[in-house]
Write a protein that binds this ligand. Structure first.
Ligand code: TXA
Ligand code: MG
Length: 307
């Protein structure tokens, strides 16, 4: 069922779960102070209980009350530079202010101010909400309202805010020892933080600090082969680029032009979902892509989807 912004905030305030658009992917939202509704999110998604949720706020100032004294250096500069936008910061919190279920009993919480008028107007009325991606756990994230309706068989009401502008999740940073590190690659590439931090944050090497990384993600039903050769052997479908040719391919699904990584990321989950819809058993993906900037995110998502 599609609902209006007013209906979405009314339902959230009553302790219900609704799906809302963000600039990255659609989120399955419940209010931070509605632990029963948060439990319902875990149930609906089939999400492991030890995988914490991101707290979504209407503005950066709203984060201040939750934080422990002396947040990591650069916290407020990062917030000022990138919010609203696709950045999540993992920060030490006053534990009594964030229900344990939302943060999976971690002493930290993830925060972000999303950049989409619809969710921002809801958050202004309701206050803080948690929102994981609005997909069944393990599946590709939803980049339009229809994906959410399909995953939850219409049982979760959705605000239709159009197709997501980024199409891939927020980049997650956490402060470890002396520096910020990237806990999840996402819509912002590590290089984007250089002007604010004075360095490019490195990829976090442990899964212990970011529980979500332990689980299967983004995977369609089909078996995915990441291909470096030019020939897509035996696959029913090739996922590739519109400016390349794939000799012998039976069917090609295009991610867009190979010189436009933002557009490629925007269409990635839609394309992976298309495989399921067409009941494809195996697909060959053109993995001949660079290892820097936004391409790093594409490489990571494809590797996980193929696991
Ligand atoms: O773009 C996004 O971030 C989307 C939209 C809806 O905002 N949300 C999203 O949420 O991707 P989700 O639940 O699919 O992914 C949240 C990730 C997980 O990998 C989780 O482990 C990590 O954030 N996370 C959340 N809180 C954390 C914490 N306190 N410590 C470490 N990792 C945390
Ligand atoms: Mg997710």
């Amino acid at each position: 069922m599609l609902i209006t912004l007013k209906q979405a905030s009314d339902r959230l305030l009553k302790g219900e779960v609704v799906a809302l658009p963000t600039e990255t992917v659609y989120g399955l939202a419940a209010l931070l102070h509605q632990p029963l509704a948060i439990a319902e999110i875990f149930r609906l998604k089939g999400r492991p209980q030890d995988n914490p949720l991101i707290i979504h706020l209407a503005s950066a100032e709203d984060m201040a009350p939750y934080l422990r004294e002396n947040p990591p250096p650069g916290t407020w500069q990062l917030a000022a530079a990138f919010w609203p936008g696709p950045l999540t910061l993992i920060l030490p919190i006053k534990e009594e202010l964030v229900p344990a279920i939302a943060r999976a009993h971690q002493p930290t919480a993830g925060f972000r101010v999303p950049d989409h008028a619809d969710i921002l107007s809801v958050l202004r009325l309701t206050g803080a909400a948690v929102a994981p991606s609005a997909n069944l756990s393990g599946k590709p994230s939803p980049t339009c309202a229809e994906h959410v309706l399909r995953d939850f068989e219409g049982k979760v009401p959705v605000v239709d805010g159009g197709p997501c502008q980024k199409g891939v999740e927020s980049t997650i940073l956490l402060f470890k020892d002396y520096a910020w590190e990237v806990a999840r690659l996402g819509a912002l590439s590590p290089e984007a933080f250089q002007p604010i931090l004075g360095y490019v944050p490195q990829l976090l090497q442990t899964d212990l600090l970011c529980p979500g990384r332990r689980y299967k993600h983004y995977a369609p039903q089909a078996k995915l082969l990441l291909g470096l050769s030019e020939y897509a052997q035996d696959a029913e479908v090739v996922i590739g680029f519109s400016d390349r040719t794939y000799p012998g391919a039976k069917k090609v699904l295009s991610l867009g032009n190979s010189d436009d990584p933002s557009n490629v990321l925007r269409s990635l989950y839609q394309t992976l979902r298309q495989l399921d819809q067409d009941e494809i058993q195996s697909a060959w993906i053109d993995f001949n892509i660079p290892s820097e900037g936004p391409w790093l995110t594409l490489r990571e998502r494809l590797k996980r989807a193929a696991q």
